[in-house]
Design a protein around this ligand. Sequence first.
Ligand code: ATP
Ligand code: MG
Length: 201
Amino acid sequence: MRIGLVNFKGGVAKTTSSIYLAAAACVRDLEVTVHDLDPHAEATKWARISRQLGHPLPFPVLAANGETLEDLADDRKLHILDAAPSGPGLESAIAHADLVIVPTSESAADVQQTWMALDTLKSRGVPAWVLMCRAEPRTRSFREAIGALDSRGVPRFDTVIGKSQALKHGPAVDLGIGASRSPRLAGYGQVLAELGEEGLL
Ligand SMILES: Nc1ncnc2c1ncn2[C@@H]1O[C@H](COP(=O)(O)OP(=O)(O)OP(=O)(O)O)[C@@H](O)[C@H]1O
Ligand SMILES: [Mg+2]
């Protein structure tokens, strides 16, 4: 299963969601790899910084491109494709994903790019689910964004990833996978559970 994290907008939590979803998969004992398609290599940096800080990620993060993704289609493991917001790193994620998650906040700029991404994914026949991230669910703009998505029947996760200090700190945070305390997954465990309930894992 190849899940792409795609939006045409930068900074909507594609990389954060890739890393946390992979961590959530590890907690469920799924074999998972993150494929870093972004030339800025933020997922790869995340892995390196986590390692340097003494809490290495419990899954591989591989530099990727269209070529490296070619042989994954028949692989039954979970592959998470962290897309770039434009260019080949976006195109390859769309071309190779069985399913795309479109992270977005409720901000007008993010939502506008989300509609464009959804239109493109539809035209390519790639199933897409919206995940509200960095969200402030009590705001009017959040309610309006949800209303617009629901009125057009866009598949979306019930789970909402709220604005959180921990997520803002990226690789500085020890996710605590495999430790005696509970892992810190900030809601991404429920996102994965929803995928499972839909038979998508
Ligand atoms: N739920 C959240 N709460 C607060 N900050 C968040 C949350 N999710 C992500 N962030 C922060 O938002 C910023 C953008 O996140 P991220 O790098 O994951 O986005 P991206 O879509 O991968 O960006 P790019 O398009 O540049 O690759 C980062 O500083 C990250 O720490
Ligand atoms: Mg990124």
